[in-house]
Design a protein around this ligand. Structure first.
Ligand code: F6R
Length: 239
């Protein structure tokens, strides 16, 4: 699964060496990043001209904090490939004015011309980035209160659930939907409901990923467990 997702990303970089990649953290893309690192080390893939924008960052965590998403990206990709550090962007979780940082992030992505390829994981509750279920899709990059479901899911990375930050800065639905292509990765049975709701459910902000049904170019790469409810519903998948 990770290798398939890596192929989609590598194809984008080969086709457009100076592409803009929207990147995600979390456990699902780790294998994909590892594969990209291997190809980079082998000399088969270069990140030299690639620019990246990450989806989100915890509010209040410094870039050097071992659970910050900046730290994650350094550890899992950036430190191991030939990307130019200045070409990587993650929202600043320590910004004194978080709303101003969100506005800066939106205009930075706008000025880049939006992502050529946006990589997304899927929360158990259907979130994309940290766009949590709610009453409306939020277009702009914004500060979000994390739901209990997300805090519980992410507690595995912290000493306890109490240590999980309660807020994050997240790219809004606008920048995600403006990406020319979207690659969603999902694995494990605990994602089966979210995958089903994203693919087969109504387009509803209570499942933020369902907005992707309106995107013209989405690739979903998932394992059998994550696809189980979709396949049970008779949706055809490529083997
Ligand atoms: C991470 C992100 C989140 C994760 C999602 C799934 O940058 O934006 O939406 O993609 O929470 O996380 P994992 O892969 O850990 O299950």
């Amino acid at each position: 699964m990770s290798r398939r997702a890596a192929h989609v990303i590598a194809a984008e970089i080969v086709r457009r060496p100076d592409c803009v990649l929207g990147l995600a953290t979390g456990s699902t893309p780790v294998g994909t990043y590892r594969q990209l690192i291997d190809w980079n080390r082998a000399g088969d893939l270069s990140f030299r001209q690639v620019r990246t924008v990450n989806l989100d960052e915890y509010k209040g965590l410094a870039p050097g904090h071992d659970q910050s998403y900046r730290y994650f990206m350094q550890q899992n990709l950036f430190d191991h490939v030939d990307i130019i550090p200045e070409n990587t962007q993650v929202p600043d979780g320590l910004a004194a004015d978080a709303d101003a940082e969100c506005a800066r992030y939106d205009s930075y992505i706008h000025d880049l011309g939006y992502s050529d390829l946006q990589l997304l994981g899927l929360g158990r509750n259907g979130h994309i980035g940290f766009n949590e279920p709610g009453e409306a899709f939020v277009k702009e990059t914004h500060v979000v209160d994390l739901t209990q479901s997300t805090i519980d899911a992410n507690a595995r990375f912290f000493a306890s659930a109490d240590d999980v930050p309660r807020q994050a800065l997240t790219m809004g639905i606008g920048c995600i939907m403006a990406a020319r292509r979207v690659l969603v990765v999902a694995s494990g049975a605990d994602k089966a409901d979210a995958v089903y709701n994203v693919v087969c459910g109504p387009i509803d902000p209570h499942c933020p990923g369902s907005i992707l049904q309106l995107h013209p170019d989405v690739v979903l790469v998932a394992d059998e467990a994550a696809l189980s409810k979709v396949t049970a519903a008779g949706v055809a998948v490529c083997g």
